[in-house]
Design a protein around this ligand. Structure first.
Ligand SMILES: Nc1ncnc2c1ncn2[C@@H]1O[C@H](COP(=O)(O)OP(=O)(O)OP(=O)(O)O)[C@@H](O)[C@H]1O
Length: 301
């Protein structure tokens, strides 16, 4: 049986006025990539900070690979790769010096240097630059190297792609996939659905400090099998017929005679048949994604 690497049990940090994290329960298995989403202030960073042992929970507890995150905080830090939500580097001269310092601190073996160099190349970092003067994206890249360069079994990544350009986001996605193939366990938060979708096995939606919705593998697969058809009809009769059909109507526009239908792959044939019975002006098709799934929750959060 695959073991749980991260176990969160009734974890609570109450900052008052409904702010913080409340009664969080979660188990993340070895080799799993787990995503945390939520609007600003939902409690993502607070969760990471408790898991890193930076802040003490008011209630409940959490274990990483069997170690209590508060009582064994120093042990955990040695083998968890962590990217903080807000990066503040110490005043070292260059990125290179900083990364070397990190390697020394972690007592990493010589071969790890090769890994660091690979990461530096992949992420296109100029390590000679003064770390304090690096752009936001560059600092983020250095933080990613720190998290991914070690043999850490667990990666805690709090908004890891903040400030990265789209090309670098793709590089990041590949780093996560590589880490997963090495059986690393990853918990990451993000506002970017396009990086969660290809990487995460499960995703939790955090709302006012509570897990409001959990998208498991089955739901994720099901979502991927759905498409939204936006169909513009020629006449009122066709419009009314489609609107009253048995397909799931996800939107409509009376004036423009547009009907949006969310269709499972296996309904495609039936829809094509139905479209043969009405006068269609234009059809566009969009694959359903996490942004569609969470759209309503994001608006009402
Ligand atoms: N030290 C603190 N003292 C008081 N309130 C705090 C403290 N830290 C966080 N909070 C509050 O707790 C809530 C959760 O904050 P948190 O930083 O965890 O949110 P987040 O989901 O990471 O948000 P973002 O997406 O903006 O990074 C917010 O309302 C925040 O203002």
């Amino acid at each position: 049986m695959v073991k749980n690497m991260i176990v969160i049990d009734n974890l609570t940090k109450d900052y008052g006025s409904g702010r913080g994290v409340f009664n969080m329960d979660l188990q993340i298995k070895q080799g799993e990539v787990f995503g945390l989403v939520g609007v600003n202030g939902a409690g993502k960073t607070t969760t990471f900070r408790m898991l890193m042992g930076f802040i003490k929970a008011n209630n409940g507890n959490a274990q990483i690979d069997g170690f209590d995150v508060w009582k064994n905080a120093s042990t955990i830090k040695n083998y968890v790769g962590y990217v903080p939500g807000e990066i503040a580097f110490p005043d070292t001269r260059s990125g290179q010096t900083f990364l070397k310092l990190q390697l020394d601190l972690l007592h990493q073996k010589a071969h790890e240097n090769q890994k660091v160099n690979d990461l530096i190349q992949k992420l296109k970092i100029d390590t000679t630059a003064d770390i304090k003067r690096m752009s936001k994206g560059m600092k983020q890249k250095v933080a990613l190297v720190c998290a991914f360069m070690t043999d850490a079994k667990i990666l805690l990544l709090d908004e890891p792609t903040t400030g990265l350009d789209p090309v670098m986001r793709d590089v990041f996605i590949n780093l996560v996939k590589d880490a997963k193939s090495q059986q690393k366990t990853i918990l990451m938060s993000s506002h970017m659905f396009n990086e969660l979708e290809p990487t995460c096995d499960r995703i939790a939606f955090l709302k006012r400090g509570k897990i409001f919705d959990l998208l498991d593998q089955k739901k994720m697969d099901n979502l991927r099998l759905h498409q939204e058809f936006k169909i513009e009809l020629e006449d009122e009769k066709s419009y009314q017929r489609l609107l009253k059909s048995n397909f799931k109507v996800s939107g409509y526009d009376n004036n423009k005679k547009i009907v949006k239908l969310t269709i499972h792959e296996k309904e495609d044939r039936n829809l094509i048949q139905e479209l043969g019975m009405v006068n269609v002006k234009e059809v566009s098709i969009k694959r359903m994604g996490l942004d569609d799934y969470f759209a309503e929750e994001l608006v009402t959060a």
